[in-house]
Design a protein around this ligand. Structure first.
Ligand code: COA
Length: 155
């Protein structure tokens, strides 16, 4: 199985917004339709559809923050549809996104996971993110991949 990140376009955006999540999982991530709308108004954000071979399985997004909080890449959206979870797609997709960010010059990559979202937290930790001890305004844990930046080269 080959996992790839593909642009969201006229031909797949409807399929993207139909990707399914349980009500429980919907608490952890914005709806894809919202992520697409946001990206339309913030075109510098990077929004990708996640494919396993030719099958659409999820979506992710990141942006570059350059402002009052410093300069870093922020992964703000990640989902794998319910029926496709647990197959390694999330991990493969995040690795591709990290590589993409590195190629764009990222030295500091951050994300957050809701307290209690163990699957996301385990996934991020597995890929080298460390807990900062900081909670975001919404109560989610801020995770950061900066000190382990050297490890990115092995992704
Ligand atoms: C979080 C999410 C993206 C993970 O994607 P996935 O494709 O199911 O995960 P993978 O199969 O690639 O698993 C990779 C790692 O994630 C962690 N993980 C995945 N499922 C897990 C589970 N049920 N329990 C504990 N850890 C789990 C593990 O560290 C796993 O590595 P391992 O298999 O070596 O233990 C997916 O569950 C999801 O979309 N959840 C709902 C939305 C969400 O929470 N998004 C993240 C917002 S921060």
């Amino acid at each position: 199985v080959t996992v790839s990140l593909t642009d969201v376009t006229e031909s797949n955006w409807r399929e993207c917004i139909k990707l399914n999540l349980t009500p429980e999982d919907q608490k952890y991530v914005d709806r894809n339709v919202f992520a697409i709308a946001e990206w339309k108004f913030e075109p510098d954000n990077v929004l990708k559809a996640i494919y396993s071979d030719s099958q659409l399985v999820g979506m992710l997004a990141f942006y570059i923050h350059d402002g009052q909080y410093g300069h870093f890449y922020w992964m703000y959206h990640l989902m794998i549809e319910t029926q496709q979870q647990g197959k390694g797609y999330g991990e493969a997709a995040v690795k591709l996104a990290l590589r993409d960010m590195r190629e764009r010059g990222a030295k500091d990559i951050r994300t957050s996971a809701d307290t209690g979202n163990t699957r996301a937290e385990n996934l991020y930790r597995k890929l080298g993110f460390e807990e900062t001890g900081v909670l975001e305004g919404d109560g989610s844990k801020l995770l950061r991949l900066a000190t382990l930046y050297a490890n990115l080269s092995s992704l």
